[in-house]
Design a protein around this ligand. Structure first.
Ligand SMILES: Cc1cc2nc3c(=O)[nH]c(=O)nc-3n(C[C@H](O)[C@H](O)[C@H](O)COP(=O)(O)O)c2cc1C
Length: 161
């Protein structure tokens, strides 16, 4: 049964779609490390290898991602709820005490992640109050046996198998 449109029920309806959780990272020309939690990550194309994610225009780091040539997608694994929460908060040093490394582009990589995709930003689309970033995957790694952190109806969950 269709419901009258209001943003609260719209968000609630969207929240029925279970996703994984990622931390998308980049680096500024001055060398400042940036990271944001995002559940909007998705695969796009195998050939060429493309992925996407979307970022709210009101994020403090929005202009940084808009201008960045590269970003890295770190897919969180089961139990990394705290990393997700940490990178979703605008205030404070998101990187304090975090284990990270660098590959080819200078974007910080979280080596504990379930999968990592290092990307070159190739397209940016208008997505209303968000922008949609499409990246070409240049390098990736993953743990084939690990389990994901799941986000559903506003909370973190585990897979069952
Ligand atoms: C599980 C989860 C998923 C999120 N997914 C997104 C997303 O896909 N896009 C987005 O713009 N914000 C998303 N957010 C909110 C951002 O993480 C948060 O607003 C952002 O990190 C703030 O960035 P700032 O420090 O640049 O202001 C998500 C938050 C959580 C907890």
């Amino acid at each position: 049964m269709p419901q009258s449109f209001n943003s609260r029920s719209f968000r609630s309806a969207l929240g029925t779609f279970a996703t994984g959780v990622t931390v998308i990272t980049t680096i500024t020309p001055a060398g400042e490390m940036i990271g944001n939690t995002a559940s909007s990550f998705n695969s796009v194309s195998l050939d060429p290898p493309l992925v996407l994610w979307s970022l709210a225009r009101n994020a403090l780091s929005f202009d940084i991602y808009l201008n960045a040539r590269y970003f890295a997608v770190n897919v969180l694994r089961e139990g990394q709820d705290e990393l997700s929460a940490r990178f979703s908060k605008s205030a404070g040093d998101k990187w304090h005490g975090i284990d990270y490394e660098f590959w080819d582009t200078g974007c910080p990589i979280l080596p504990s992640a379930l999968a990592i995709f290092e990307c070159r930003r190739v397209f940016t689309y208008d997505g209303g109050d968000h922008a949609i970033f499409v990246g070409e995957v240049m390098k990736f790694d993953h743990d084939p046996k690990g389990k994901p952190l799941v986000f559903w109806r506003g909370g973190y969950h585990r897979t069952v198998s």
